[in-house]
Every structure is written in structure tokens, then in C-alpha cells.
Design a protein around this ligand. Structure first.
Ligand SMILES: Nc1ncnc2c1ncn2[C@@H]1O[C@H](COP(=O)(O)OP(=O)(O)OP(=O)(O)O)[C@@H](O)[C@H]1O
Ligand SMILES: [Mg+2]
Length: 370
């Protein structure tokens, strides 16, 4: 069913071209993405998306960032002689409001909407099926970093400050442990001990950054495989879902794409035996990533890469456990049964153990390609 807000956007004439039809897009249970088909075949179709303003309070800043980043990538593609630029970078489309071009529309419910030009005959995949796909995943985010490697971030808004500040996440866990608001601490003491015994190891990247040893760059910060768009013929097109694009360290994106893409089990696997690092997929992601990123990374950044997977997995374990102890408040939207946060935390701990065991292999592989 098309919500009234979407009908309103069409009815009020906020779109640049006459509309033929609207359809839900994607297969999510709650759909906030719509395809707008325009009447004239010479006009592009559009993707209309509701912005999640629960997480992103600064919608102006968010849309401003996306415009800056996509403009920059577009310029790079032009310089490289890319023939089909509109398929290799997202194109934000403005919404006509009160005679001017706005980056988003604020509807009568207080919801925010934005539009992109629709990239036809393209799709995403939920899972990385084999090392060749893993290589494309790595390549997508490596290319994204390469295109933004000379981006001047002075006008950029940090829409989610401290998103990957591991020591701050640990501090929050410590505070929750002190209060133990739900009386759940006794049940998870060994998990807490496991995580707190590693604080120093996983503060290293932030410390290197603070000392100026590794640069902050504009990175994606949600580098899941389903945020990579492919052509129907399997060709890599572009990275999508740019809401979280913010300054950070490159090892965060490489790490999170391995955390989410190279886990043999599920993020919330109830059976820890299923969970572990799939080394072939992990190597594929690294290989694809470095094929694009090797050209601009500093030696210290290259060294930092092998820390990424375990660091980001550690951070997620800390956040899930913190939220479990705190009564499932933050990840409420991700919990569908009472122990869900705890199951997630334990699955991340299992994955972390497997990554720690493979650390030397990962570091050796990065070195062999650097
Ligand atoms: N410009 C585009 N052209 C065509 N399809 C697109 C475009 N941008 C996104 N999509 C499609 O819309 C889907 C959702 O986009 P996106 O990842 O931005 O939103 P999301 O909030 O993460 O939604 P979901 O939870 O469904 O992944 C993508 O999986 C992709 O198939
Ligand atoms: Mg997405």
C-alpha cells in the first residue's frame, strides 16, 4: 500500500516530471522505499526514500554530505572517462518545494523524504556467495575510498558523532555494569570479563589516529554487501546507502565488510558453532579492497587494516552486551525475542575469537598484497 505521504508528494506536484505510477521497492517487511515511474520514457524514474530521522536528527547535514560526496565521485568518474556515470554513482534529485529545489521533503507527519535517480536493471545481494563476489565487495568499498581520498572534508557534517569510538563504547558498557539496571549482570559475567580484558588492544586505532599516525578519511561506515549495487550482468556499479558516510579510519570499513560478509554463521546465530571467520571470503574482500586502495593508503594505514575486522566485531559485541544489560533500549528495533541482544553479543564474541586466531594470517595476507 502506498502511504498517504507518498501520494501527497505526487499530488502536490513536488516531482520534476509527470508521474505514471508508484510501486514499493525492495523486499523489506516495512518498506520505506518506493520507485516512482515517470510518464515520459525520456525522463528518468526515481527512488523515493523515507529518511530514518530517529538516527539522523540533522537531515540538512545528512543531505548536504550526500550531495558533496556524490558530486566529488562524479568528478572523479569524469576524469577517469567513465562512460556511464549515472550508473556508477548515486544521483540525488531535488524535490520542488515553494518554487525552489530542496534536498528533502518534510511531510505532514514530520517524516523526511529524499530522492535519487533510479538506476534501472540493477540489484543488490544479501550474502556474499563465493570469493569472486567477495572480491567485488572489497573492490566497491576500496574504489569508494579511492575516489574520496582527496576529498576536502571541511564542510562535512559528522551526523553521528563518535560512531566508531571504541573506548567510548566501552565506557558506556562500564557505566551500565555499575548500575546493572535490569539485574542481568550475573548471567553475563564471563562475557563482560572477556570483553573488558581486551580494552587496550582495541583502543589502538583511536590512539594511532589521535597521535596523527593514521589519517581520518571519508568512509562509508555501513559497508554491508547489500549496500553494493550490481548491474544485471553482474558488473559492479556503485556503493549505495550513503547516510552514514562520515570521517573515520579506513580499517573500519574493511573491518565491517569482513564482519558482516565473511561470517560463516549469522550475526544473531543462536548456535555459536556456526559462527566463525570464512578465510576465503575474508581474503577475497581484502584482495578486492587493495586492488583499489593500495595506490593511496599510507604504510601505517596498510598496517592498520588487519586490526579492522576484530576491532569492529569487538565494538559490536560491546554494544550488544551493553544494550542487553541496559534493557534492550537502543537495539529495540533489532530485537525480536527477549535474549536477542545477548545472542548477538555472544555470536560476535565467537566471531571475534575466530578473528583473533586468524590475525597473523590476515596481517600476512595484507602484507603479501601491499
Ligand atoms: N538509485 C537507486 N536505483 C535503483 N535502486 C536503488 C537505488 N538506491 C537504492 N536502490 C535499491 O533500494 C534498496 C534499498 O536502498 P538502501 O540500501 O539505500 O536503503 P536501506 O534503508 O538500507 O533499505 P534496506 O533495509 O531495504 O536495505 C537497495 O537494496 C537497492 O536495491
Ligand atoms: Mg541498505
Amino acid at each position: 500500500m502506498i502511504p498517504q505521504s507518498v501520494a501527497e508528494i505526487i499530488a502536490v506536484g513536488l516531482l520534476p516530471y509527470p508521474v505514471k505510477s508508484i510501486e514499493e521497492h525492495g523486499d523489506g517487511l516495512i518498506n520505506f522505499t518506493y520507485k516512482i515511474n515517470t510518464k515520459n520514457p525520456d525522463h528518468p524514474n526515481f527512488l523515493l526514500q523515507k529518511i530514518n530521522s530517529r538516527f539522523f536528527r540533522n537531515v540538512d547535514g545528512l543531505q548536504h554530505n550526500i550531495r558533496l560526496v556524490t558530486d566529488h565521485i562524479r568528478k572523479k568518474l569524469e576524469e577517469e572517462g567513465c562512460k556511464d556515470i549515472n550508473r556508477h554513482v548515486l544521483t540525488p534529485e531535488c524535490i520542488q518545494c515553494n518554487g525552489s529545489c530542496q534536498a528533502y521533503y518534510w511531510d505532514h507527519n514530520g517524516d523526511y523524504w529524499r530522492m535519487y535517480v533510479f538506476i534501472e536493471n540493477a540489484n543488490t545481494f544479501e550474502k556474499i556467495g563465493n570469493p569472486a563476489m567477495a572480491e567485488l565487495a572489497g573492490k566497491a568499498f576500496g574504489r569508494f575510498h579511492r575516489h574520496l581520498s582527496d576529498f576536502d572534508a571541511k564542510d562535512f557534517c559528522e551526523v553521528l558523532p563518535n560512531f566508531h569510538n571504541t573506548p567510548l563504547r566501552v565506557e558506556s558498557l562500564r557505566k551500565t555494569i555499575e548500575i546493572d539496571p535490569e539485574g542481568r549482570l550475573d548471567k553475563v559475567r564471563s562475557d563482560v570479563d572477556f570483553l573488558l580484558s581486551r580494552v587496550e588492544r582495541y583502543s589502538k586505532i583511536i590512539e594511532m589516529g589521535d597521535k596523527g599516525l593514521i589519517p581520518k578519511r571519508i568512509i562509508h561506515q555501513d559497508p554491508k554487501f547489500n549496500n553494493v549495487l550490481f548491474d544485471k550482468n553482474g558488473e559492479l556499479l556503485c556503493v549505495i546507502d550513503l547516510d552514514t558516510v562520515m570521517p573515520g579510519y579506513v580499517c573500519y570499513d574493511l573491518g565491517d565488510s569482513i564482519r558482516t560478509g565473511a561470517n560463516r554463521g549469522e550475526e544473531d546465530d543462536r548456535n555459536p558453532d556456526n559462527v566463525g571467520l570464512d578465510m576465503d571470503i575474508c581474503k577475497g574482500i581484502i584482495k578486492g579492497y587493495l586492488s583499489e586502495a593500495k595506490s593511496f593508503l599510507t604504510p601505517a594505514e596498510l598496517d592498520s587494516l588487519a586490526y579492522g575486522p576484530a576491532l569492529i566485531t569487538y565494538e559490536h559485541a560491546v554494544r550488544f552486551l551493553d544494550d542487553y544489560l541496559d534493557g534492550d533500549k537502543y537495539f529495540k528495533y533489532k530485537t525480536s525475542y527477549p535474549q536477542h541482544n545477548l545472542v548477538r553479543a555472544r555470536a560476535q564474541i565467537k566471531l571475534l575469537q575466530s578473528m583473533e586466531e586468524s590475525y597473523d594470517k590476515i596481517a600476512g595476507f595484507v602484507k603479501s598484497l601491499s
